[in-house]
Design a binder for this molecule. Structure first.
Ligand SMILES: Cc1cc2nc3c(=O)[nH]c(=O)nc-3n(C[C@H](O)[C@H](O)[C@H](O)COP(=O)(O)OP(=O)(O)OC[C@H]3O[C@@H](n4cnc5c(N)ncnc54)[C@H](O)[C@@H]3O)c2cc1C
Length: 376
């Protein structure tokens, strides 16, 4: 007999798990805080990797559908100096192995692949408590409850399920992103669109950076990076779009105007994204009837892997549960045995990548990284 699986969170990780379980005939319910699939914009482009995101989609039986979502030509990479000089310009020759898709379209594909009613929208979990024997009770914001024999926390950075297995809390990593968008880049912001090119742009200096992607329809989506304490950002009023953009842009004085336009000419107010991480190597002792995946298990500095890893965790957990019908504890132990070293190695890589991108030796450290990857 397969145990019904209760998944908290309809992000990419939770949905991949639900889909892989469905492929194996195992029923699940996903409880999601957001009111509907369209309650929130789903963010920009994700590159889906050959080592983790793509195998997860294979396990979900969705790799062909995924290929239909890929935006051709978006794997191009440009590195510019702050004065706009081109330091590296790699076109997308189709061999990158990291195809780009819109996150919202990937999520929509996963949602459409599940039986109707699998996801219960508008179910924000406020409490979870053990009932003994691997059973748990989940309480929602409206006061209703549900009982589970197998609970999976796929509820992201600020997981409500995590405290059942671990006392760890994410900490600020000393760096934040400020997110901006310019629409119709080619027509309305041609110099900036040319600087971004067909895929990604990176302009780096120690402790600061402007990163941007070209998205569908010529949208230019930027992450402006500043290594500053939380207090520094707290003094900026992000509800005042013009003033906050001007304050952030002031940190990039002397940079080429086509680059700073990603801050000053944004079409929507800049959004602050403080970055947090769990301690590298976060793990827990086996607790009957519950586990975690994705950011809930191993939130780390963003390095382009988090969504890929969440999907991979979901696929691996689904595979382990299918391999051990009626023996949840063996399945969870097997899943976690591989999860912990995998996540620890990825968290260390993420820290290393942040040092390459934003440390004292940038941008040369990034150019050396690309050169080494090419000759490997
Ligand atoms: C600025 C930024 C840029 C990034 N860029 C990339 C990138 O380019 N590539 C990449 O691979 N990764 C990237 N990441 C990381 C990636 O976004 C995450 O690692 C990934 O989304 C984790 O997936 P998840 O399913 O574990 O959690 P999430 O995507 O966070 O999903 C969790 C879900 O749980 C729901 N939820 C939360 N709390 C509750 C509750 N109490 N009750 C019910 N539901 C709840 C949420 O609404 C959400 O739908 C980036 C992260 C940041 C911050």
């Amino acid at each position: 007999m397969n145990t019904h699986v209760t998944i908290i969170g309809a992000g990419l990780g939770g949905l991949t798990l639900a889909r892989v379980l469905h492929v194996h005939g195992i029923p699940s319910t996903v409880y999601e805080a957001e009111a509907s699939p369209t309650a929130r914009a789903q963010g920009g482009l994700l590159d889906i990797h050959e080592s983790n995101g793509q195998p997860a989609l294979e396990a979900a039986g969705l790799i062909e559908e995924f290929r239909g979502l890929v935006l051709e030509g978006h794997q191009a990479t440009r590195v510019l100096a702050p004065d706009g000089t081109v330091l590296l310009d790699e076109p997308d020759d189709g061999t990158g192995g990291r195809p780009e898709v819109q996150r919202g379209e990937l999520r929509r594909m996963l949602l459409d692949s599940l039986p109707a009613g699998t996801v219960r929208w508008g179910h924000k979990v406020t409490d979870v408590r053990p009932l003994g024997g691997g059973k748990h009770e989940v309480t929602f914001a409206d006061g209703t409850t549900t009982g589970t024999d197998l609970l999976v926390g796929a509820d992201g950075a600020w997981s409500r399920v995590r405290p059942l297995v671990s006392a760890a809390v994410p900490e600020y990593i000393g760096r934040s992103f400020v997110e901006t968008w310019l629409f119709d880049g080619d027509d309305r912001h041609p110099a900036t669109a040319a600087a971004v090119g067909g895929g990604s742009l990176l302009t780096l200096a120690p402790g600061k950076a402007i990163q941007a992607h070209r998205e569908s329809g010529g949208t230019l989506h930027a992450y402006v990076v500043l290594s500053k304490p939380r207090d520094w950002f707290a003094e900026i009023d992000f509800s005042d779009a013009a003033a906050s953009a001007a304050r952030i842009a002031a940190e990039f004085e002397g940079w080429a105007p086509e680059l700073t336009a990603l801050i000053t000419d944004a079409d929507v107010p800049p959004v602050l994204r403080p970055l947090h991480a769990l301690p590298a190597g976060h793990r827990w002792d086996r607790v009957p009837g519950v586990t975690l995946l994705g950011d809930a298990a191993h939130l780390s500095a963003p390095s382009g892997e988090g969504a890929n890893l969440a999907m991979y965790d979901g696929a691996e957990l689904g595979r382990a549960l299918a391999a051990h019908p009626g023996d949840v504890e063996t399945a969870l132990a097997e899943y976690e045995r591989a999860l912990f070293p995998r996540s620890a190695a990825e968290a260390e890589d993420a820290v290393r990548m942040h040092d390459i991108l934003f440390g004292d030796a940038t941008p040369q450290s990034l150019l050396d990284f690309f050169a080494a990857a090419k000759s490997a």
